[in-house]
Design a protein around this ligand. Sequence first.
Ligand SMILES: Nc1nc(=O)c2c([nH]1)NC[C@@H]1CN(c3ccc(C(=O)N[C@@H](CCC(=O)O)C(=O)O)cc3)C=[N+]21
Length: 365
Amino acid sequence: MASASSSLMLFAADSSSTARLVSFNTTNKLPNGVVQFKRFISPQFGLQNAKTIITHVSSPSSYSVASMVTEASAKVIDGKSVAKDIQGEITAEISRMKNEIGVVPGLAVILVGDRKDSATYVRNKKKSCESVGIKSYEVCLPQDSREEEVLEHISSFNNDPAVHGILVQLPLPSHMNEQNILNAVCIEKDVDGFHPLNIGRLAMRGREPLFVPCTPKGCIELLHRYNVDIKGKNAVVIGRSNIVGMPAALLLQREDATVSIIHSKTKNPEEITKQADIIIAAVGQPNMVRGSWIKPGAVLIDVGINPVEDSTRPRGYRLVGDICYEEACKIASAITPVPGGVGPMTIAMLLSNTLTSAKRIHNFN
Ligand SMILES: Nc1nc(=O)c2c([nH]1)NC[C@@H]1CN(c3ccc(C(=O)N[C@@H](CCC(=O)O)C(=O)O)cc3)C=[N+]21
């Protein structure tokens, strides 16, 4: 078979053809060494992410063998880094606002109960607020509080001129009526974008919501900042929750994508995802989207943040997405990691919505 030098030349010839989808997926094992050629190159991001690993070079008596594995790995969409950039932009705007009109944006968070994950999110939000210069107000109520108490806090934040955004951490305890509570947040301070009037406007052509829900907004912002075309593309949203799937589908539609929504009753979901140029996965099922579900070159946004047991980690678990990253990164052209993908963007969009709200209320541009 191939000698070491001819295999390397073969690779060189390949790598000059940038735009072509080159794939030769062979795995040849020879008794005296291994020759492997494996390539998945996605056209959209060219070859910059192709990794060539010479795994084995041997020179038995008659010939030498180089084993070369070239696997394109998708571009990593670095949500953590984009979120950091955005927070820098927000910090600068807040300081300009403070200097020019003496106003500091304020965000109120209401947390009911003692779910550990909710407490962690709320703590992280508070830290992020501090770092950009947003003043945060926090109310923590016990699990057995009455709905009326929550409504009273919302009402007083609605009337507090120092507060420009109000977030009620979800999920609420099951004895509370989530609809009543979300309806009570005045739409001018609904930085989560969960008020039915904001969602309704998001759904209507020619109408503009005051706020767009943070997680879906973060997904679209990542696509924009990575120059992913959305217009005219096939986009698939997996999951139809009020807080992520549904608004994500509406946003993609507003960006002129052709949108399909997959949910628990969808038959043969993989046949639909296989057609998708863009997938947003938001179901909360660890590793549900397998490599075989993905069209080569697709762009993947993974909203899932699922803890799975892992005794090798200090916390006893690690976080995985809804998309099987190890398989998907060999087929997609770009993918968000978990953690470090959509999660940090959710917080950045919350800060951004809070700044927008303060600007609007104070008529500051
Ligand atoms: N009213 C309301 N608004 C929300 O926006 C809201 C909510 N309720 N309830 C819970 C979900 C969840 N959520 C996250 C935000 C950031 C990360 C995040 O930054 N995650 C890190 C990982 C953090 C870790 O290591 O644990 C990451 O993905 O890199 C995750 C999850 C906001 N939520």
